[in-house]
Design a protein around this ligand. Structure first.
Ligand SMILES: [Zn+2]
Length: 352
């Protein structure tokens, strides 16, 4: 399955040939060496007695390439990597209601680092009939290590101009700001942008209150100002929606509010297969699953976030649904099962 990234519907995905062709001259050229550099290097075909070269240790593991194709029934799906980062220290960003020792005991039990919490940014692209739909957009330009969604879409053979619809789970920068590119131009000029009424009204209201979010006043102000500027810019393409709406056949919105007031998850269904596009009901593969009552310090309303998380986890576990998780290890696919008093992330094995 070494070619898994390029299988599964070549009309949507890229073939290896087209990827390489893109690398020869188009925007993909910048991507290929970068991802190639992250792979273990192979020794040159050996001259007798040549020293073997081992890959250099250290550094963050990066996806071999920034997209990963899979299917949901007859839907062609593509995980698109916006980038990766980490939080350090882990506490109190995660589980502020626990002690450091309590959190560390759980992290250690799951073989998770104690000194940092890696976080990924996994955008989903879907080919549904005539529609090409994104769920979230990443950061947009200007920050190290992230903001790669548009480039990785191109590398996967999907032009930003061909995107017809974008579902925004919530208007935090890592999901929403990628709607604008360099010079604040529209990255996806032909796409309708679907945002829940509650989320839209919260950010564009006279005095958005970021509530329990552990940010200083200046940062809260900057988040709100940027969010409002983007809502203004995308106004002509904006489509206000509500949980329960079916945007196109096979795509349904679910209220998972709490992390933000209008946070929305998505269920994608085709035939007998469904995938829950979770958004930010979890930001870590351990902390918020082992104890779903432990919160994340960027939640606007912790109580609601916990309620939404537990309800969604219960449904995912009992219906044995497949999950696409925005912030969990690339490419974000897995399942959730009950484990003790909490839950456990079962990462879906995959091949590079
Ligand atoms: Zn997020």
């Amino acid at each position: 399955m070494a070619d898994v990234e390029v299988q599964g519907g070549l009309g949507f995905a890229s073939s290896r040939r087209t990827l390489l062709a893109a690398g020869a001259g188009l925007a993909g050229a910048a991507m290929l060496p970068r991802f190639a550099a992250a792979q273990p290097s192979k020794p040159a075909p050996s001259a007798p007695g040549a020293a073997k070269t081992l890959p250099a240790p250290g550094g963050a593991p990066a996806p071999k390439q920034g997209f990963h194709a899979f299917t949901i029934g007859s839907i062609q799906a593509m995980a698109i990597h916006d980038g990766a980062s980490s939080f350090a220290p882990v506490h109190p960003m995660f589980a502020p209601e626990a002690t450091v020792d309590e959190l560390n005991a759980v992290l250690r039990d799951h073989f998770h680092p104690l000194d940092k919490a890696p976080i990924e940014f996994n955008v989903l692209a879907l080919k549904m009939g005539a529609e090409t739909i994104l769920i979230d957009t990443g950061f947009g330009p200007g920050q190290d290590g992230v903001g790669k969604t548009a480039d990785n879409l191109r590398a996967a053979g999907i032009s930003p101009e061909s995107v017809t619809g974008i579902v925004i789970t919530h208007a935090h920068g890592d999901h929403f700001h990628g709607l604008l590119g360099a010079n604040d131009s529209l990255t996806y000029p032909n796409a309708k942008v679907f945002v829940s009424r509650k989320e839209h009204d919260f950010w564009t209201g006279a005095t958005p209150d970021l509530g329990e979010t552990a940010l200083d006043a200046k940062t809260k102000g900057a988040w709100i100002a940027r969010g409002q500027a983007i809502f203004k810019k995308i106004q002509p393409n904006l489509q206000i929606v509500a949980p329960g709406d079916k945007l196109v056949s096979g795509l349904e919105l679910i209220d998972t509010s709490g992390h933000t007031p209008g946070h929305t998850s998505v269920i994608v269904t085709s035939g007998s297969e469904s995938v829950v596009v979770a958004g930010d009901i979890m930001h870590n593969r351990v902390a918020m699953l082992a104890n779903p009552r432990w919160t994340f310090s960027l939640d606007v309303n912790k109580k609601d976030a916990v309620k939404s998380r537990i309800a969604m986890f219960e449904r995912i576990a009992s219906e044995r649904l497949r999950v696409f998780a925005y912030h969990l290890p690339w490419p974000g696919l897995g399942n959730i099962r009950k484990q003790g008093a909490g839950f456990e992330w079962m990462i879906e094995p995959w091949a590079w």
